[in-house]
Design a protein around this ligand. Structure first.
Ligand code: AKB
Length: 313
């Protein structure tokens, strides 16, 4: 089956880079980028682009039929920090878009679905170090609740209706091309921008807050890998733990100082500290490594070098 792909949320941090990568692999005309607004002109002008509100089931169906789409990457979501400000909006957006996509797949109009989950499915009662695939999951953010519930529904649609849905629990993702928006891990991107602009950063998390993180190139590689793996290799139909590295803001400062020796930081934790404190410090992703050969490449120092070099251009 030749893939005809729709990316929902293509203007966002992961959606934009996924669009470029999938066009490289499948060809420009095979990949339709869509978003609710013209949020990223590079993406809008980079190939076929549709304005699409995936909360509206009819508009989504029309778009799927117009382009004879068989594969959907549902990257639109309200993230953890914004979700705490607008709980019902986060619930409505994150759940309705998922149901709209899963239902089209259940009816046979879509053959394959990618849906991102997150480390936010874990909560304050989850063991923090080397968090296992199967463990206590009592998320305390609305975003985490939507991801946990979404995982259960993905598994349900696979078991009951045979929907080929695949998912990854992304950690914080670091990239220089498109800014993240509304997440708790966003500090790990902001810090590089401010390092280049001001040689100083005002950090909204405390210096010892350790969180799982990953460079965008690794995240895109994992996304492509899980979607290309034979269906039989995908043993987990809720969502896979996925990990690369874990570090604290203090570790980042040490890494940045290797390039910018006068870089300074101050710590002023805000409401996002409580969210970060409820998440794991590190993740055991051995199932992803076993089932579809996942392996990360980028260390913290690799990421720092890439970020500072590209942002300074
Ligand atoms: C967030 O911080 O909300 C996201 C995530 C970890 O899913 N980056």
């Amino acid at each position: 089956m030749k893939s005809k792909i729709l990316i929902i949320g293509a203007c966002g941090q992961i959606g934009s880079e996924l669009t470029y990568k999938l066009r490289e692999i499948h060809g420009d005309n095979q990949v339709i980028a869509s978003d609710i607004s013209y949020g990223n002109l590079d993406i809008v002008n980079s190939g076929i682009f549709e304005i699409l509100d995936a909360q509206d089931a009819t508009s989504l169906k029309v778009c799927i039929e117009k382009y004879e789409i068989n594969t959907v990457y549902l990257m639109a979501a309200m993230l953890s920090a914004t979700g705490e400000k607008f709980p019902m909006k986060a619930w409505d957006l994150n759940m309705s878009t998922l149901f709209n996509v899963l239902d089209l797949a259940k009816n046979g109009q879509i053959k394959k679905v990618f849906w991102p989950s997150s480390i936010a499915v874990f909560g304050p009662t989850t063991p923090k170090d080397g968090t296992a695939q199967y463990t206590i999951m009592e998320p305390s953010t609305v975003y985490g609740i939507t991801k946990q519930v979404g995982e259960r529904w993905c598994e349900y649609y696979f078991n009951k209706y045979g929907v080929d849905v695949r998912s990854i629990r992304y950690p914080g993702i670091i990239s220089w091309k498109t800014l993240p928006g509304g997440g708790t891990t966003d500090y790990a991107v902001d810090i590089y921008h401010k390092a280049i602009a001001d040689n100083h950063y005002n950090c909204f998390l405390s210096e010892h807050t350790e969180l799982p993180m990953m460079y965008m190139e690794d995240a895109i590689k994992a996304t492509v890998q899980i979607m290309e793996a034979p269906a039989n290799n995908i043993k987990i139909r809720s969502s896979y733990n996925l990990a690369a590295i874990s570090f604290t803001p203090k570790d980042m400062v040490a890494s940045i100082k290797k390039h910018l020796k006068d870089f300074t930081i101050e710590y002023n934790p805000d409401f996002r500290q409580e969210i970060a404190d409820s998440w794991p410090s590190s993740i055991d992703d051995s199932h992803a490594r076993q089932d579809w050969n996942w392996k990360h490449e980028f260390s913290l120092d690799d990421i720092t070098k890439e970020m500072l070099t590209n942002l300074a251009k």
